[in-house]
Design a protein around this ligand. Sequence first.
Ligand code: CO
Length: 139
Amino acid sequence: MPSAWPLQRIDHIGVAVRSIAAAARLYREAFGLHVDPPEALPANGVTVAFITVGDTQIELLEPLGADSPVARFLDRRGEGLHHVALAVGDVAHALEIARGAGFTPLDAHPRPGAHGTRIAFLHPRDAHGVLIELVERAA
Ligand code: CO
């Protein structure tokens, strides 16, 4: 792996759920955590809600429609861990390095994510079954 990988930390862990309302209740009541208001991302086919846990976050993902990739994930595998998001300073640069390292990007170019972020996904077959999201937060 090139030493130039600009990974900074785990930005968040994505969890696919059928109902953000039901999952948010669990995180609030069982763990006493604050759940941010849900944000619909029609271009990505999901509604998301973030839960801050220490210096990282859990992202709840609920499908917006039956043709959403997250809906297909839920049908195939049920609720559970969906992706691990790694923070990078420059997602376009990270995508180039990923290509050079043999990863198969699912996004040819970075695209908008929640809260003004820029994101790109890498295919899980290149990472031992884990879907990896590269995420760049606005400065
Ligand atoms: Co994510």
